[in-house]
Design a protein around this ligand. Structure first.
Ligand SMILES: *Cc1c(COP(=O)(O)O)cnc(C)c1O
Length: 362
């Protein structure tokens, strides 16, 4: 992906999103539309840019933003649309682009789940003004932490480069902690250790020992919004980007195994738009028995993820309301939370593992 800006590398993907929103000259109080069935990092960035999120529902049977629901809910206060390509499946971005173009609203693509899926032969990240990527655990290119951008507007790029001068390198303590974390994960992580590692990681990040993924959304943006990507992570990004074709090939091969086995049992796959060429970050499935599947995965030590468990993961109850989500407002997204699970396709998923996972889910 030669289009990623090598001179705009941030501490996290959400930091890059906030920079894009500021660079697009959004003003305090402006509304940014984005889909429900996402993680709290997206509204965190919107709020850090002093804007307000508006949550749009999912397509029927899909995991991406519904163009009809978007069109129905647009108002003159909506100044930007963030389009997520969930699990790597391209959104109906062609339709969304035409809806937005009518009203002159800029589009930003959330490409945290894919660097190279395509719609009608056009790569994701090239449809809007800009796109952002994340390089933490669970993403297609893992560097420890990090966020990168693709910018398709020269004016915007100039503004962000100028702002980037004020960004700082992460401090020593943070860097050491991240290095240790990366080493431990690389060494220990296997799909069959998914559950114990996940539990250990959450326990350690609650104690503040590990660098977690979810910030509390207080009144002030986290200090992370002024930080660059750590140096060691930048080096990893550079070398892993060169290897992207292999990562993609592996993901497609493993997804094939799941797709074939699906034809023979009760779960079904997620819809994709016509013309999609998907590189999955994980392989999503609809199931009528999410709790049963998760329980079985834990007992059998197989990697099945349960996210997004809430419309703005991991927020529930009053916390959802505090970031502007009204329960009942996005019924398809809420149904997806109850029913979607996802299977690994990353580099550490062997063909043998994938076949085992597929057979255990029968
Ligand atoms: C991971 C992720 C983000 C945020 O990435 P960070 O690097 O954690 O800020 C945003 N959107 C989606 C869809 C993600 O999966």
């Amino acid at each position: 992906m030669d289009k990623i800006s090598s001179n705009l590398l941030y501490y996290r993907g959400r930091v890059g999103l906030r920079e894009i929103l500021i660079g697009l000259e959004l003003q305090p109080g402006d509304i940014v539309a984005t889909q429900a069935f996402t993680c709290s990092a997206v509204p965190e960035a919107i709020l850090a840019a002093e804007c307000r999120p508006l949550y749009i529902d999912l397509e029927d049977g899909g995991v991406n933003l519904c163009p009809d629901n978007l069109e129905a809910r647009l108002s003159s206060d909506v100044k930007c649309i963030v389009v997520q390509h969930t699990f790597g499946i391209p959104a109906q971005i062609d339709r969304i682009v035409s809806i937005a173009a009518h009203r002159d609203i800029p589009i930003v693509e959330d490409c945290c789940h894919t660097l190279d899926s395509k719609l009608n032969s056009q790569v994701v990240g090239s449809f809007g003004k800009a796109a952002f990527y994340s390089h933490e655990w669970g993403k297609p290119i893992v560097c420890g932490v990090g966020g990168s951008l693709r910018i398709n507007d020269e004016n915007l790029k100039v503004k962000l480069l100028s702002r980037y001068q004020k960004f700082n390198e992460p401090g020593m303590k943070r860097s050491i902690r991240l290095r240790a974390q990366f080493a431990a994960f690389s060494l220990l992580y296997r799909p069959e250790f998914y559950w114990p590692i996940k539990r250990a990681f959450h326990a350690l990040s609650r104690k503040g020992v590990a660098e977690g993924n979810y910030n509390d959304l207080g009144s002030e943006p986290s200090p992370e919004f002024g930080l660059r990507m750590p140096k060691t992570c930048r080096a990893r990004l550079k070398s892993k980007l060169k290897n992207l074709v292999n990562t993609t090939q592996h993901s497609r091969q493993i997804a094939e195994i799941y797709a074939e086995s699906l034809n023979s049992h009760s779960m079904h796959s997620v819809i994709q738009p016509q013309g999609a060429e998907t590189t999955f970050s994980r392989f999503p499935l609809w199931t009528n028995d999410k709790q049963g599947i998760i329980g079985k995965a834990q007992r059998e030590n197989i990697e099945v993820a349960d996210w997004y468990a809430t419309p703005i993961h991991p927020f529930t109850g009053n916390d959802l309301a505090s970031i502007g989500y009204t329960f009942g407002s996005c019924p398809n997204a809420e149904a997806a939370c109850e029913r979607i699970v996802s299977l690994p396709v990353h580099a550490k998923t062997s063909i043998k593992q994938a076949k085992k996972i597929a057979s255990l889910l029968h």
